[in-house]
Design a protein around this ligand. Structure first.
Ligand code: GTQ
Ligand code: FE2
Length: 360
């Protein structure tokens, strides 16, 4: 190129930039990638690490208006310091001390809770008090009033999953504190359970593939005993299967529990493995029971109960159980399905392990 065209080009890029325009051709390959390139990276937070910090948080930090929640969020190191587990998903450990109340509020982001340990907490959702016990899944749909109250001296820990980063990306976040610290409870506890707790269609095999529903599930609490019974039934029906899985579903429509979030539980038989797979959309796993490891894009992540790990979009993952394992999973799959862009793929061979993750 001649000096003149060089100068002409420089001037052109300067003039384009100065008026707030950006040339696509210089960034095409970063935007239109052949496959998803999530900024979040595979990562794991161990219960051994967060448990003592949760105990210290309960000692040191009050739960009050303004702060609203005593929550330690899973901050994925790929996201430049943003407090998100993955590009679309918030994940966190919430700690509530004995006799405490986390104040009532509502927000457009939807949330799910998966209970880790402790006792005596109920979450009130639009007046329906939902008693929480380890292994239970509790829903607080978008814009539903919710507060958490402890009725015992014990503290409690649970996993929070929200679609907050997704709703933030859509510039759709609204938040409102309730006029009272805790909202009134209407009548008996667990009313959604009384109405829908034995309904057909609270679970489906592996994952929802058809139904989409812009409304959340009317059932707000899924008991661990019911989830375990569903898994037991599937293992009994297919005793040679290395793994079985269920997705929690909206009993009214058969869709995922929230319009934006899907929740499931995978059981891996002790000594067995799942096939290596990848899928579009992000996933957060929470180990409920058992020990084992997962290989994510060639990296080995060992896990035990309470550990939480992220599998970013299109990362290959396979799970291996040492002791029989039940692993909870949260994903943004319903959104990808609603938009017609969901993809998944089973890989032909197990991944080669090239490194081992060291938890912090
Ligand atoms: O319990 O209402 O982890 O509003 C983040 C935001 C939990 C909650 C979180 C919230 C909550
Ligand atoms: Fe909230």
């Amino acid at each position: 190129m001649t000096v003149e065209t060089d100068q002409a080009l420089d001037a052109f890029y300067r003039d384009v930039d100065a008026v707030g325009l950006a040339p696509l051709w210089t960034v095409t390959d970063q935007l239109l990638t052949p496959v998803p390139r999530p900024k979040s990276v595979p990562w794991l937070w161990s219960a051994e690490t967060y448990r003592p910090l949760a105990a210290r948080a309960i000692q040191l930090i009050p739960v009050e208006r303004g702060g609203e929640r005593r929550v330690l969020s899973l901050r994925n190191p790929g996201l430049g310091g943003r407090p998100y587990a993955a590009g679309t998903l918030w994940g966190a450990v919430q700690c509530l001390g004995g006799r405490e109340t986390a104040p009532a509020h509502r927000h457009t982001p939807g949330a799910i809770r998966f209970v880790l340990e402790g006792e005596g907490v109920f979450t009130t959702v639009n007046g329906d008090a939902c008693d929480m016990r380890p292994g239970d899944l509790v829903l607080t749909p978008g814009w539903a009033w919710h507060d958490h109250s402890s009725t015992s001296d014990a503290s409690m820990l649970w996993f929070d999953g929200l679609d907050l980063p997704m709703i933030e990306a859509l510039d759709g976040v609204f938040f409102q504190p309730h006029p009272e610290n805790s909202q009134p409870v209407d009548g008996a506890h667990n009313r959604s359970e009384a109405a829908y707790g034995t309904a057909e269609g609270r679970f489906t095999d592996d994952q929802v593939t058809g139904a989409l529903d812009p409304a959340p599930s009317p059932l707000l609490i899924y008991r661990w005993a019911d989830t375990a019974a569903e898994l037991d039934r599937r293992v009994a029906a297919d005793p040679d299967a290395p793994t079985v899985a269920v997705e929690y579903t909206n009993p009214r429509s058969g869709a995922s529990v929230l319009p934006t979030l899907a929740c499931g539980m995978r059981r891996v038989i002790g000594g067995r493995s799942t096939a290596p797979r990848r899928r579009s959309g992000n996933q957060i796993f929470v180990v409920h029971r058992g020990t084992g490891h997962s290989v994510i894009d060639g990296q080995r992540f060992a896990w035990a109960p309470g550990d939480m790990f992220v599998v970013p979009s299109w990362s290959a993952v396979e799970h291996h159980a040492e002791q029989a394992a039940d692993v909870f999973v949260l994903s943004d799959t319903p959104v990808l399905r609603a938009l017609g862009i969901y993809r998944e793929q089973t890989l032909t061979a197990p991944q080669e392990v090239t490194s081992t993750f060291v938890p912090q």
